[in-house]
Each structure stands twice: as structure tokens, then as C-alpha cells.
Design a protein around this ligand. Structure first.
Ligand SMILES: [Zn+2]
Ligand SMILES: [Zn+2]
Length: 380
């Protein structure tokens, strides 16, 4: 057993026993399998390079420079060759990569088709680059605090998602959208992250982190997780709760029209063949809150039954905004869906939560409403 393996083993035992540690440094994959990228120091002109042999070299650059991948685990920067992994940092603790500014350190590691760029960063500073992209700028301070807490919980619970690729979380929707420091950090976002530092959502009995799924607007009641996702496990904090609070959302009701030919093509791409045109679409089963669980598509030659969530994935999450489908019109040339809300409907409804915040409810009350059987816990 190497020293590294032993240390990880001991750290695992410690964190299993006590649950949490004092601070969390996370690795966010900001680009994978790239052949070249631009790196610059932000502010001062000194770029600090830490090589794999723990040598530190400082170079002066006037503007960002190109780093290119050279075969056999090496990169080239200003005619000089470095063996991977290589870390970049600056005196100011900020690094520019491909026109974005990242706090902390940037590590470049070897990947299957080139290099992967990883931002090593403290969880709190990571949230500065996450919260602005998951919310509407006009929301209340209390809602920004709610969002900081659930984004922190979500990140910590999903740290092993990209283990095999050399980082914890990606910077895309798959994990959570992260864009580093925006040129001007939103002071309200910073305040919300700072004032909730270390706060996470845990199971009220076991103190374990819980999955804090969220969506834009439920359209009148959230869902039980097992009713929405196949293979979803029953979770007492992910059960449907009342929400009459998201009526002010722009997604209160929506309409989406798709041409017959495009819809039939989408079906075919998903190995569903019902003929040349669709004659009727019927919602066969709904959840208690009225989301389509099963849908039957009747075509001119045959019919097919598919899950509501699969229909949504097929048409596109931003097109068929939810499976809370109120009406489906099948015309000669097109199909029109009418529905309510935006998102899967599991966990916290952001528009509803913001409404409760406007009414003066505090973040813990709001979080407990959408995630029953939980409490807020301070991990560091
Ligand atoms: Zn991911
Ligand atoms: Zn709602």
C-alpha cells in the first residue's frame, strides 16, 4: 500500500466516523480532453508554475499564453516542455483560463485524448461561481441563501461523480454549472454564500447529507421522487409537498408546438415507430400531482406507450418544460402540448421558495418545507 493510498484510506475512515471535515477543497473539471488552452495570471503579470517534481517556476507574461498538449504526457508553454501534472497559480490566487477567471489553482492532468483542466478550489469559493447561474438575479437575499445551502449540499454529496476522470464535479448542468469568478462578483451572491458558510441539509435522524434536487417551478405541488424517475428510491425528504406559491413564475402555463414530421422523427430516433403521422396522444397514468407518468402515442399504423419523463427527454427539457401536461392537441400538421411549471418537480421549487422568502419566511423553514424530515447543519 503506497503512502497516498494509506492516507486516503485513513481519511475515509475519519470522515466516515465524524461525517464532515473542517474545510473542503474540491476539484472541478472545467475542460476535458483538450489539445490546447490559454492561460494567464489575473492582475499581476507573474504566472507561477508548479511542475510534477514539485519545482516552482515563475514566469512573466503580458497577456494569456497558449499551452498545447505534446504527446507522451507533456505540455508546451513558451517553447518550454513540462511533464504532467502541472499546476498554475498566481500571486493573487486567481488564474485566467480561456477568458474565464478561476480562483485557487489550476491543475492540468493527462486525459485519454489530451489534457483535462481542473480547478482546485475551496467549496465556499466554488459556490460564488455556481449560485449566480442557478437563480434569477431578481430573487430575494433569503432565496440566494437557500440556493447557496442546497448547492453546497448537492456538491458535497456528489463529489465522486467524476472520480475516474481525475476530478470531483464537472462545470456543466450534469453536476452544477460553474463559471469561476465572474468579472464582477455579485455582491449579493457573495453575501449569501458567506452568511451561510458551511451550512448543509441533512437527514434529521441520521445527520447524513440528503440529495437536494431542485427545479424552477413545480406548477402547483412537488412530486414524490419514485413517481418521476425510474429506479428512483423512496426518500422521505423527496416526497411531494404542497406548493401554491409558484403562480407568479413565468412558467405557470406554457404551450409547445412541434410539427408532426419532427415528432415522428424524434420517435424514430428513440426506436419508436407508429407510422407516418400521429393520430392521438393520450396520458394514461398521472402522479397524484398530475404529472404524466405514462403516455400512449397512437399513430396511423401502430401505437406505443412511453414514460412521461422519456417523452420530455425526447422532445427536449427546454421545450416540453414539464410532464405536468394539461392538454395535447393533435392536428394535421402539428402537435401542441399545454402544461404547467418548469422542471422535474422533485425537491425544492425555486419560484415557490422565492415567494416564501418574499413573505418573510427564513431559509430553514423554506428548506424544511420542500425537504421534509431534514434539518440545517453546520459542517465547518
Ligand atoms: Zn458532472
Ligand atoms: Zn412550486
Amino acid at each position: 500500500m503506497s503512502i497516498q493510498v494509506l492516507l486516503i484510506f485513513l481519511l475515509n475512515i475519519l470522515t466516515q466516523h465524524y461525517g464532515f471535515c473542517d474545510s473542503y477543497e474540491i476539484r472541478v473539471g472545467i475542460a476535458t480532453d483538450v489539445q490546447r488552452f490559454q492561460v494567464g495570471s489575473d492582475g499581476k503579470e507573474k504566472l507561477i508554475i508548479k511542475t510534477s517534481k514539485n519545482k516552482i517556476k515563475t514566469i512573466t507574461i503580458k497577456k494569456p499564453v497558449t499551452v498545447s498538449y505534446v504527446k507522451q504526457g507533456k505540455i508546451k508553454l513558451l517553447e518550454e516542455i513540462y511533464y504532467l501534472p502541472v499546476k498554475f497559480t498566481s500571486e493573487e490566487g486567481k488564474i485566467q483560463v480561456n477568458n474565464r477567471i478561476y480562483p485557487g489553482e489550476i491543475e492540468v492532468i493527462l486525459s485519454t485524448k489530451g489534457v483535462t483542466i481542473v480547478n482546485i478550489i475551496d467549496i465556499e469559493r466554488y459556490l460564488y461561481g455556481v449560485v449566480p447561474y442557478e437563480i434569477s438575479q431578481n430573487w430575494t437575499d433569503e432565496m440566494l441563501e437557500v440556493q447557496s445551502i442546497i448547492a453546497r449540499t448537492y456538491a458535497l454529496l456528489n463529489l465522486n461523480r467524476h472520480q475516474g476522470e481525475g476530478f470531483d464535479l464537472c462545470a456543466e448542468v450534469h453536476c452544477q454549472v460553474y463559471k469561476g469568478y465572474s468579472k464582477t462578483i455579485h455582491t449579493r451572491v457573495k453575501k449569501a454564500v458567506d452568511s451561510t458558510e458551511g451550512l448543509v441539509v441533512v437527514d434529521e435522524d441520521t445527520n447524513k447529507l440528503v440529495q437536494t434536487y431542485y427545479h424552477a417551478a413545480c406548477g402547483g405541488g412537488t412530486e414524490n421522487v419514485i413517481d418521476v424517475w425510474s429506479g428512483g428510491l423512496e426518500k422521505k425528504h423527496l416526497i411531494g409537498v404542497n406548493c401554491n406559491f409558484c403562480d407568479s413564475s413565468p412558467y405557470r402555463s406554457w404551450r409547445y408546438e412541434i410539427s408532426q414530421s419532427k415528432f415522428v422523427k424524434l420517435l424514430a430516433e428513440n426506436n419508436i415507430f407508429v407510422g407516418k403521422t400521429v393520430k392521438k396522444i393520450k396520458v394514461l397514468k398521472t402522479t397524484k400531482k398530475g404529472r404524466a407518468k405514462e403516455v400512449e402515442v397512437v399513430g396511423d399504423t401502430s401505437s406505443a406507450v412511453l414514460r412521461g419523463e422519456d417523452l420530455r427527454r425526447m422532445i427536449g427539457y427546454n421545450n416540453l418544460r414539464s410532464t405536468k401536461i394539461k392538454n395535447i392537441e393533435v392536428n394535421k400538421e402539428s402537435i401542441v402540448f399545454y402544461g404547467k411549471g418548469w422542471g422535474h418537480g422533485v425537491g425544492l421549487c425555486q419560484w415557490g421558495a422565492n415567494y416564501l422568502a418574499q413573505k418573510g419566511y427564513k431559509f430553514d423553514t423554506i428548506i424544511k418545507h420542500y425537504y421534509p424530515h431534514t434539518r440545517i447543519y453546520k459542517i465547518h
